[in-house]
Design a protein around this ligand. Structure first.
Ligand code: HEC
Ligand code: HEC
Length: 270
């Protein structure tokens, strides 16, 4: 199922591992790859009706279900209320919302966060132990193989060593001054109706942004730069792109000023 892949020494777009320098410094929000840029093709996710029948089709559908409803389909490995789909929008088919199409073509790859070459299984587990505040799945488990089957199906038409346009999140420049108080006002006006006054979300409808059922503090989304990038491109869902970069950073800083679960460093190998 997984075709042979060349080892690319690229910097995987990781979240919290990135040391994003404070406002005003030269570093921007994304890892700086000192390797060749990755070739890109347009993001054209296949139609769901093209999922094959038979055992492979069953596996692809299971993988899709896990990604769309992680707490239900991968309960033993999930430690919060989030589902992959909360950040990898529409089953991982949306540009600038960390699409999962065009990802299987890139691994194994060097990860700056892990300091070693990681597999696609490792990369999925990285999100399980951080964004999902959960536990890693065994590489050979049916659930792991199912998610990879789904992502491989999504990545059809993307050549080995290439990815899709709009991979990851937008690259934003951190503003010189980030104002969490302005972010609090904006949150009350534009976000709390869905995510709740206490960031707790609404079970099964709106994900928590902080607090005990949110991503842990090892997750990329828990840090203002990644969260701001996600918000700028995708929130509020009724008017994505309507916030300024400044507003996205302000509201992310406000969210980031609240407690969330602690990341378990026993999982540093991911
Ligand atoms: C709270 C948000 C969040 C959740 C939930 C989440 N992820 Fe992620 N994921 C991210 C972010 C942020 C990145 C890094 C994106 C970037 O900047 O390139 C990422 C990256 C990835 C990548 C690598 C993408 C690439 O382009 O290299 C994979 C694969 C992935 N996640 C799979 C999953 C799976 C599977 C789940 C569910 C089990 C999941 N993620 C849940 C936020 C999340
Ligand atoms: C109309 C309801 C609604 C509004 C308003 C809204 N969101 Fe969301 N938000 C969602 C939904 C639903 C998701 C899950 C992704 C999806 O399905 O689009 C989400 C996902 C997120 C995530 C990623 C998942 C997580 O839990 O970390 C962040 C961060 C976020 N929203 C921040 C914001 C911010 C900041 C605002 C205000 C500027 C906002 N949202 C406004 C509904 C909303």
């Amino acid at each position: 199922m997984l075709k042979g892949r060349s080892v690319l020494l690229l910097v995987v777009c990781v979240g919290a591992g990135l040391q994003v320098a404070p406002a005003g410094s030269r570093r921007q929000t994304l890892p700086v790859s000192n390797e060749e840029p990755i070739p890109e093709v347009p993001l054209r996710p296949p139609n769901e009706s093209s999922i094959p029948s038979g055992q492979l089709g069953d596996l692809i559908r299971l993988g899709r279900n896990i990604i769309i409803n992680t707490p239900q389909y991968a309960a033993p490995y999930t430690g919060n209320a989030l589902t992959c789909n909360d950040c990898h929008l529409k089953g991982g088919t949306v540009a600038l919302a960390s699409p999962l199409a065009g990802v299987t073509t890139l691994f194994p790859a060097y990860s700056a966060r892990a300091g070693r070459v990681i597999t696609i299984e490792d990369r999925l587990n990285e999100c399980f132990v951080r964004s999902q505040n959960g536990k890693p799945l065994p590489d050979s488990s049916r659930d792991m193989i199912a998610m990879i089957a789904y992502m491989t199906w999504l990545s059809q038409g993307v050549p080995e060593g290439s990815t899709v346009a709009g991979r990851g999140l937008p690259r934003l420049k951190t503003p010189a001054h980030v104002d969490a108080k302005a972010g609090a006002r904006l949150y009350a006006q534009r976000c709390s109706s869905c995510h709740g006054a206490a960031g707790q979300g609404v079970p099964g409808m709106f994900p928590p942004l902080w607090g005990p059922r949110s991503a842990n503090d090892g997750a990329g989304i828990s840090k203002a730069p990644k969260m701001a990038a996600f918000i700028k491109a995708n929130m509020p869902p009724t008017a994505p792109g309507s916030l300024t970069v400044q507003a996205a950073f302000d509201v992310a800083a406000f969210a980031d000023s609240h407690p969330r679960p602690r990341y378990n460093h026993a999982y540093d190998k991911f």
